[in-house]
Design a protein around this ligand. Structure first.
Ligand code: AGP
Length: 607
């Protein structure tokens, strides 16, 4: 999730670009750059690291007399964070530059064909193919619209782009498909931005570009064209009601809520380029030269540990590979038995968690291959793993991890299906149903989230009296119960304990009384009846119960919370946000600091 800003108007462009990038830093900033046109020449200045580093570099280049420019702050998905891979990217002539937010899924193929035509690539990014494709057509037609259309018709994946042509200093171009891009309408000036904070101090009047639309901005006009037909499209100007801080959270009150609600998009991005929906094959090329492991050791902390624990059930049931899951701080100090054909999978959103990193290093010292499932390109886990599967969830700002776990679960499910395919273990129907179910998941979740939030809000008020909560589940719902408990305790400060529902009678049930509620996950699966018996045991002791279940089941509880039944594994992706939203709404109701809970850090880089 990168940040884009573009400006064309009557003011010095560079200060506007840099301020705009700073307001977009929450979208990730492992590197940044700007481009502007000065005396008919394109100038590009880029740097690794924070915007402030770029700022120093820019002002030593005296760029102030220019009124058109593009800026970009990068959250790497392809190519490690460094100056070379920072945007904007230029064509070989130095006449055209592009900034991009999104994932070009077929960039490898395009890059190969462009290299065969003698195009030298200067970066490892997917983005660079865009500027060379535009340049290829522009050199023939000198027509920006035709050239941008020519380029975008060849790419698959998601993009929001800004484009400048040095021989056209009075126009700025933009286009989008699936990644956000907004046009800001000023007086004698116009803007583009990935999000409204980029230009909100200058105007609240905007045009939301739709997919397959291309925009041409001059100081006085904005014209929008159809990518498919090239025809001009009439667009409505809307007014943004937010102030800056609300705008950086996409209009949500907290980053945590924004990140929970982003999960449909996160699933889409985690899947991007990794499934061939025609052949139903899983495309995890990063794993191609790894053999099939005899055993998998999963090592992680906190929420990532819960994702890994959830994954254990899938690797064993789908791929018939035995799995051991360890909390990293335990793994690193016990003598784990790792054999040469075992695989160690470390899971870390930040890629910097000290215990997980130590576990990774220990596994490598023991001669094991390590796959890192990570959300930060170029992080320590990413760099030190033998293979990396990026979760592509975009920056997660809230300390409480939400969308990261969702993306980790997608990647883990793909890995389990990948190994099952390699071992010829998948029944075609079940495999195809899972693959197509994954494809539909973003839309289903998009529809479910508003209702899920409403129920979470209602129940959070009713149960805010609790001083302790049990979270119970069996099978795949047990790791989810652990995660639900972690979410509640870390942001609402209500004690909560996740437990295997079948374990209640071995002691914990002694705690149940009318003041001690239980949150029981009872989805329609082979364990449903067992969980219902556990519910009855709790009810016999007058414990209040919220039962998170599916429609058309027979179960009694103080509150029944139904989510659609997507069939075992995929239902987990509806259960998780329900647990997250219940914790979120409880914390909000109790007036807690949701995004920065007390005593916690976003990444625990110390032991
Ligand atoms: C989860 O809400 C917490 N913020 C915490 O448990 C976190 O999941 C854990 O510290 C692991 O972080 P990582 O995924 O960045 O390694």
């Amino acid at each position: 999730m990168c940040g884009i800003i573009g400006y064309i108007g009557h003011r010095p462009a560079v200060p506007i670009l840099l301020e705009g990038l700073k307001r977009l830093e929450y979208r990730g900033y492992d590197s940044a750059g700007i481009a502007y046109i000065q005396q008919g020449k394109l100038k590009v200045i880029k740097s690794e690291g924070k915007i402030s580093i770029l700022e120093e570099k820019v002002f030593s280049n005296d760029p102030l007399h220019t009124t058109i420019g593009l800026g970009h702050t990068r959250w790497a998905t392809h190519g490690v964070p460094n100056e070379k891979n920072a945007h904007p990217h230029m064509d070989l002539s130095g006449n055209i530059c592009v900034v991009h937010n999104g994932i070009i899924e077929n960039y490898t193929k395009i890059k190969e064909s462009l290299k065969a035509k003698g195009i030298d690539f200067r970066s490892d990014t997917d983005t660079e193919v865009l500027v060379h494709l535009i340049s290829e057509e522009y050199s023939k037609t000198q027509d920006p619209l035709t050239s941008i259309r020519y380029c975008l018709k060849q790419v698959q994946g998601s993009y929001a782009i800004g484009v400048m042509f040095s021989d056209r200093p009075k126009e700025l171009w933009a286009a989008k498909h699936s990644s956000p891009l907004i046009v800001g309408i000023g007086v004698g000036e116009n803007f583009i931005g990935s999000d409204v904070p980029a230009f909100l101090p200058y105007t609240k009047d905007v045009i939301f570009l739709e997919d397959e639309e291309i925009a041409r901005l001059t100081t006085e006009h904005v014209d929008v064209y159809s990518l498919n037909t090239g025809d001009k499209i009439k667009k409505q100007i809307k007014t943004i009601p937010w102030d800056i801080s609300l705008a950086q959270k996409g209009g949500y009150k907290h980053f945590m809520l924004k990140e929970i609600m982003e999960q449909p998009r996160v699933i889409f991005d985690a899947l991007a380029g990794r499934v061939n929906y025609k052949t139903k094959r899983i495309l995890l090329n990063e794993l191609n030269d790894l053999g099939i492991p005899d055993k998998i050791h999963i090592v992680a902390c906190g929420t990532s540990f819960h994702a890994g624990f959830w994954g254990k059930y899938l690797f064993e049931s789908l791929a018939k590979i035995p799995v051991e899951v360890d909390i990293a701080s335990e793994f690193r100090y016990r003598d784990p038995l790792i054999r040469k054909d075992d695989l160690v999978v470390v899971i870390s959103q930040s890629g910097e968690t000290a215990d997980t990193l130590a576990g990774l290093r220990m596994a490598k010292e023991m001669g094991s291959k390590v796959v890192g499932i990570c959300n930060v390109v170029g992080s320590s886990v990413a760099r030190e793993s033998d293979k990396v599967l990026y979760t592509q969830a975009g920056p997660e700002i809230s300390v409480a991890s939400t969308k990261a776990m969702c993306s980790q679960m997608v990647v883990i499910l793909l890995m389990a299906l990948y190994f099952a395919e390699k071992k010829n273990l998948m029944e075609p129907d079940k495999h195809n149903q899972l693959i197509m179910g994954l494809k539909d998941l973003p839309n289903i979740l998009e529809k479910e989230l508003p209702k899920t939030r409403e129920i979470a809000k209602e129940l959070s008020v009713m149960y805010s009296f609790a001083r302790s909560f049990f979270y119970l589940g069996r099978g795949l719902n047990y790791p989810l119960a652990l995660e639900g408990a972690l979410k509640l305790k870390e942001i609402s400060y209500i004690h909560a304990e996740g437990y295997a529902a079948g374990e209640m009678k071995h002691g914990p049930i002694a705690l149940i009384d009318p003041e001690f509620p239980s949150f029981v996950i009872a989805t329609k699966d082979h364990l449903f009846d067992k969980v219902v018996s556990n519910i009855k045991e709790i009810q016999a002791r007058k414990g209040p119960i919220i039962c998170l279940t599916n429609p058309d089941v027979k179960v009694s509880a103080n509150h029944i919370w139904q989510v659609p039944d997507l069939g075992g594994i995929l239902t987990s992706f509806l259960i998780l946000p329900a647990l997250q939203l219940f914790a979120y709404e409880t914390a909000v109701y109790l007036g807690k600091d949701v995004d920065q809970p007390r005593n916690l850090a976003k990444s625990v880089t110390v032991e």
